[in-house]
Design a protein around this ligand. Structure first.
Ligand SMILES: Nc1ncnc2c1ncn2[C@@H]1O[C@H](COP(=O)(O)OP(=O)(O)OP(=O)(O)O)[C@@H](O)[C@H]1O
Length: 645
């Protein structure tokens, strides 16, 4: 399992006795190909048939992620699908017996059995559900929902566990608290999305990593007609479908790399914003029913899974660099609070005051970093300086959202500043005494000096790197925008706000306003021919009326001249051979270059070739079952292929 986004299909055992009513079958396991009655073939990273065991699915999809989490990568596993297809069963968020242990129990088992390899491993658990767009803590005895601030669920019960048994107990308690209900399609239908999170903190000699494994049991998509829900259950269904719809939108936005990802549109995408970002490993297990009566929902699930597979992530490790702390222990010491210290806290400083060292410059106090922040340990100032505020609305850019080249530069700048910072601090050291107050300290000077270092390094590095690439970055312009933001306690790149779009002059839209407006004077009827007047009539009346000037023929788009069918026999053979080689050797993108071959047909040709080997003749393509109507003939015609029967 190499990819950062992995997608598998799990087919649930059928509830039908008759073979005729089965719509889904696994055609091949290598490559994994699924066949659905609509004649379409689907391929994913893994396909598990109805007799696949829980262990088999876990080993292929989640086991590799446990290692990644211990290595500092955030990983998220989603179970998605129609109601009653086995999502809860697969994730194991409602365990019934040991033989049915799902992902959660197995992942906990694995974490604790690997313990010896990790000298210092701390595991904690949170378990919450999203019910009717509200977050409810499944491990808390408190009533009411948990508030969400920004993208963070604020105040979840986080419980540290030391062994598999403790983890299993928490899972059992949480699953009892979860909202379930009976519908026509599932006796124990989950009425909420459940998120079970294992947070692993691993400390090594030089660094510390903190990463999360989220195991998400999404509620099933449901049609009111089929589930027969009414009243409050109907409302639950509406909210479930809303959440699932926006997960789809978020995935779509990640696939197309658009600037705005609609995380805030639903509670599930808000709370999982972290996990649904490009910095994580994502695994999707799409559960489907093999039954003919569910084929519509099955196809929808398969299409969703295919969309997810198109997301390309670049996972990053979450770590704290402790080396700096080791080298400069005095900088990170917490002095005893002194009544003589007078530092006026900025709004953000006030928030973090309890754990801040009063002598630490303000930009060093920002725990707003992607890297893990341990209370009591000050983040190296440059890391804080470069991991900038997250609010995009005010024209601030998050550095990490730049292109990879800028990201690399950022890392390099961080390293350089790390070297220079002790020197800079030394020059300030005498003035950092407890009696000094803020005015004497001159925060502005310190900010200006560090800004200058960051700017210089940034310009130098981006110039070096952009020389190597074809599209150089206007690095000096970008660097000029670097400013210290007091509100966010960080260095930010300010982006000039776009001027508001000019409001077009309002046109009179109603007849009354048109009449009232003196400026509007309708053209005399003789000057313009009636719209529907035929060309013949216009030419008849040409003497009386001057018609609207027609577009000159030179401006008309040229009429495409049809490509000629190769005339000689040799040319015809060469053309056939060329198309055949594209069909046999082309990847999906190359196949799509052929006329009448879209993304879907290209995929079908690709899968057909994988299953049956290369085509001997173009007419073998007729055997592909996924052609609809006269699509095959259209393909032949538009590719100028003459096939003798
Ligand atoms: N692969 C499987 N093997 C054996 N039993 C399964 C399998 N998948 C599902 N089941 C059984 O099907 C029933 C429904 O499964 P489950 O409750 O997990 O569905 P769900 O997708 O979570 O439904 P909902 O969205 O309504 O909560 C359960 O009794 C479960 O044990």
């Amino acid at each position: 399992m190499e990819d950062s986004v992995n997608v598998a299909i799990r087919v649930r055992p059928s509830s039908n006795v008759f073979e005729k009513s089965i719509a889904v079958s696994v055609v091949s396991n290598n490559p994994p190909v699924l066949h659905v009655t609509n004649k379409q073939l689907y391929s994913f990273d893994n396909i598990f048939s109805d007799n696949a065991s829980q262990k088999e699915v876990y080993d292929a999809m989640v086991k590799p992620l446990v290692k990644k989490v211990l290595g500092g990568y955030n990983c998220t596993v989603f179970a998605y699908g129609q109601t009653g297809t086995g999502k809860t069963y697969t994730i194991g968020s409602n365990p019934k017996s040991d033989s049915e242990a799902g992902f959660i129990a197995r992942a906990c088992d694995e974490l604790f059995s690997n313990r010896e390899d990790y000298r210092d491993l701390a595991v904690s658990i949170t378990f919450y559900e999203i019910y009717n767009e509200k977050v409810l803590d499944l491990l808390s005895h408190k009533k009411g929902h948990v508030p969400v601030k920004g993208f963070k669920v604020d105040g979840l019960e986080t419980i540290q566990v030391h062994n598999q048994k403790e983890a299993a107990q928490l899972l059992a308690v949480g699953s009892l608290n979860r909202h379930t209900g009976e519908t026509k399609q599932n006796r124990f239908s989950s009425r909420s999305h459940a998120v079970f999170t294992l947070t692993c903190v691993v400390k090594n000699e030089n660094h510390e990593t903190e990463a999360k494994l989220n195991l998400v049991d999404l509620a099933g998509s449901e049609s009111v007609r089929r589930t027969g829900t009414e009243g409050s259950q109907f409302q639950e269904g509406v909210n479930i479908n809303k959440g699932l719809f926006y997960i789809g939108r978020v995935i779509n936005a990640l696939t197309t790399n658009v600037a705005h990802v609609p995380y805030r549109q639903s509670m599930i995408t808000t709370t999982l914003q972290d996990s649904l970002s490009k910095r994580n490993f994502i695994t999707l297990v799409a559960c489907v029913s093999p039954d003919l009566q569910d084929v519509q929902e099955t196809i929808q699930t398969l299409e969703f899974a295919q969309g997810t597979k198109r997301v390309k992530n670049r996972p990053e490790v979450n770590n704290v660099i402790l080396e700096y702390k080791k080298k400069n222990p005095t900088l990170f010491e917490r002095p005893a609070p002194s009544s003589a210290v007078k530092v006026r806290p900025t709004p953000l400083k006030r928030q973090n005051q309890s754990m801040d060292c009063p002598n630490t410059p303000s930009f060093a106090k920002t725990p707003k970093v992607n890297h893990t922040w341990t209370p009591g340990v000050q983040t190296p100032p440059t890391l804080a300086a470069l991991s900038v505020a997250s609010s995009l609305g005010d024209g601030t850019i998050v550095l990490s959202s730049f292109s990879p080249i800028v990201k690399k530069c950022t890392e390099a700048v961080e390293n350089k500043i790390m070297e220079k910072f002790p020197l800079l601090m030394k020059s300030y050291a005498p003035r950092c005494s407890a009696e000094i107050d803020e005015q004497q300290f001159s925060w502005q000077r310190l900010h200006a000096e560090v800004s200058q270092i960051v700017r210089n390094e940034f310009v130098q590095l981006t110039t070096e790197r952009s020389r190597a690439c074809s599209s150089p970055i206007q690095c000096s312009n970008v660097a000029k925008r670097l400013e210290f933001d007091d509100d966010d306690d960080a260095f930010v790149f300010k982006v000039p706000k776009k001027p508001p779009p000019k409001v077009a002059e309002k046109k009179a839209t109603t007849r009354r306003s048109a009449r009232l407006s003196k400026k509007v004077s309708p053209p005399p009827p003789t000057q313009q021919p009636p719209r529907r007047q035929s060309v013949r009539l216009i030419s008849k009346n040409r003497t009386e009326v001057s018609p609207k000037p027609r577009r000159s023929s030179s401006k008309r788009p040229p009429i495409p001249t049809p490509r000629k069918t190769p005339s000689t026999q040799d040319a015809k053979h060469a053309h056939h051979a060329h198309i055949l080689s594209v069909l046999n050797k082309g990847n999906e993108k190359e196949l799509q270059k052929l006329p009448s071959v879209g993304a879907k047909t290209a995929r079908q040709i690709f899968l057909y070739r994988q299953l049956h080997g290369p085509l001997d003749d173009i007419k073998d393509l007729a055997k592909m079952q996924s052609w609809i109507g006269n699509q095959y003939q259209r393909f032949l015609r538009s590719n100028f292929l003459q096939i003798d029967d």
